[in-house]
Design a protein around this ligand. Structure first.
Ligand code: GLY
Length: 475
């Protein structure tokens, strides 16, 4: 938890943000509640709602809060423990003392929250809330406001009923720019991620089960932080972008994609990807593709600075990848002609990167376009170019991932061939030789600074093909 002023300041700024959008009424915030695995009493590990954490700081279930946009009054709602709780959980600080820790001395029992919302609804005051990520909160908001369960997840101006666009835009404007205390936490998460990936690289030896590597690397995140920041992607079938099966044995000659990150104890994320040759050395064919991706990663980083849109960085990187693929005769023709036709999407059907913060895809619960696109930006319609999650003009304090990749997805290649999607630019005859190649992705986490950018964390994971071979030979 940060000091109480951090949370009090954020709420003050939120009031200003909402006022600038002409908003009145109540802004209400629901924390997350315990979620059962198969029965109550055996719950999933608790993870607080990130928006609740950001404004109200309490990292415990069964809390809610209200900010009155007209009077600036605020109240934190939660229940003090009873003797039954003390028997199972031990003594706990009072809700009033927790309120003091986050700069909100006004507290009340949770049932009062329902009453406060009911009073506002019956008085016809606007009730602003964020689209809930969890089912319980979706139902709760629907019950409290009388808005249908589907509509509470749809973002629209508050007058239309549903999740509040005014609140979404205000929260996005604030959370996109990381404060110094957040940057320190992101650096910590990046350091844990570094050690997590180091463990993975050391474990990448022929004969080892992929699952064993996952277990060891995730162990680092639990021993140094909160745990993984998302479900670890580790597979020799790296052409599947989010491959969560870890059942294969590490086999010489294959490539291992490791895309994983850690969450700090304060819930800030890291997200790195490296790709390793399972035998410790790249084949010529692997190295040719690897070096294109590695240079694309550096190239994208060199373009990342305030005043440039991340869309432009994404587009320039797609061009860079196509130039490399042309050099290998996998695509043919004028790169500037094929680029707007989305030919890069066959090889990189995802975006260059996304926002990162308290969530690994920061704030995507609020809507990917609200977070990643300014009002004057539209998503590109084509695969790959249109999969960019963060297109905005970069500002100091933005945190983005830089994660170019090249993948050979036989089913996608076959579909393009059948449907002529490539407009004659793809050399399918040569591409057949890559059907068992897999994929390569290389990802770093980047903070936009006043005069450019810096990679998060105290160390950069080895990335050049020669460095990778050298460290693997010595491990
Ligand atoms: N690195 C995993 C993801 O971006 O979804």
């Amino acid at each position: 938890m940060f000091n109480s002023e951090v949370y009090a300041n954020r709420r003050r700024t939120l009031l200003e943000q909402m006022a600038s959008r002409g908003a009145h009424g109540l802004a209400v915030f629901l924390g997350n509640v315990d979620a059962a695995t198969n029965y109550r009493g055996n719950d999933y590990k608790f993870r607080q709602d990130s928006n609740f954490l950001y404004y109200w700081g309490i990292d415990e279930p069964w809390f809610a809060a209200v900010l009155d946009l007209d009077s600036a009054q605020e109240c934190l709602y939660g229940n003090d423990v009873d003797i039954d709780d003390i028997i199972w959980m031990g003594p706990q600080p009072s809700v009033a003392s927790k309120g003091e820790l986050v700069g909100c001395p006004a507290t009340a029992p949770l049932a009062e929250f329902d009453k406060a919302v009911a009073v506002a609804v019956s008085a016809g005051r606007p009730v602003h809330f964020l689209p809930p990520a969890r089912y319980y909160n979706q139902m709760k908001l629907s019950q409290l406001t009388g808005i249908s369960a589907d509509a509470v997840r749809k973002v629209a101006p508050v007058a239309a009923g549903g999740a509040s666009e005014e609140l979404v835009k205000s929260v996005v404007a604030m959370r996109l720019i990381k404060e110094q205390c957040e940057i320190e936490e992101l650096d910590k998460a990046a350091e844990i991620g570094y050690w997590m990936h180091t463990e993975a690289r050391r474990g990448c030896k022929p004969g080892v089960l992929e699952q064993e590597i996952v277990g060891r690397m995730e162990g680092i995140t639990y021993s140094q932080g909160w745990g993984p920041s998302f479900t670890t992607i580790l597979s020799q079938n790296g052409e599947t972008l989010h491959n969560h099966s870890h059942h294969q044995i590490i086999t010489p000659g294959r490539l291992l994609v490791v895309d994983a990150g850690a969450e700090s104890n304060t819930h800030y994320a890291s997200d790195f990807t490296r790709t390793y040759p399972c035998s410790g050395k790249f084949t010529t064919k692997q190295r040719e593709i690897y070096d294109i991706v590695q240079q694309a990663n550096d190239y994208a980083y060199s373009l990342t600075k305030p005043g440039t849109t991340y869309w432009d960085v994404h587009y320039a990187t797609a061009r860079f990848l196509l130039e490399g693929l042309k050099g290998l005769d996998l695509v043919r023709g004028d790169v500037d002609e094929m680029l707007p036709l989305g030919i890069s999407g066959l090889f990189m059907p995802h975006g260059l990167g996304h926002n990162m913060g308290m969530d690994v895809h920061d704030m995507e619960d609020l809507g990917e376009n609200y977070v990643g696109y300014a009002e004057d930006q539209k998503r590109h319609p084509l695969l790959g170019l249109g999969n960019l999650r963060m297109a905005r003009c970069l500002e100091p304090g933005h945190v983005v991932t830089d994660e170019p990749g090249i993948y050979f997805i036989p089913a996608l290649i076959e579909q393009w061939k059948r449907e002529g999607t490539d407009k004659g630019f793809v050399n399918y005859e040569k591409l057949v030789d890559y059907y068992d190649f897999g994929g390569i992705r290389l990802e770093d986490d980047v903070l936009v600074t006043e005069d450019g950018a810096r990679r998060l964390g105290p160390y950069r994971l080895p990335i050049r093909s020669s460095e990778i071979e050298e460290v693997m030979a010595n491990e």
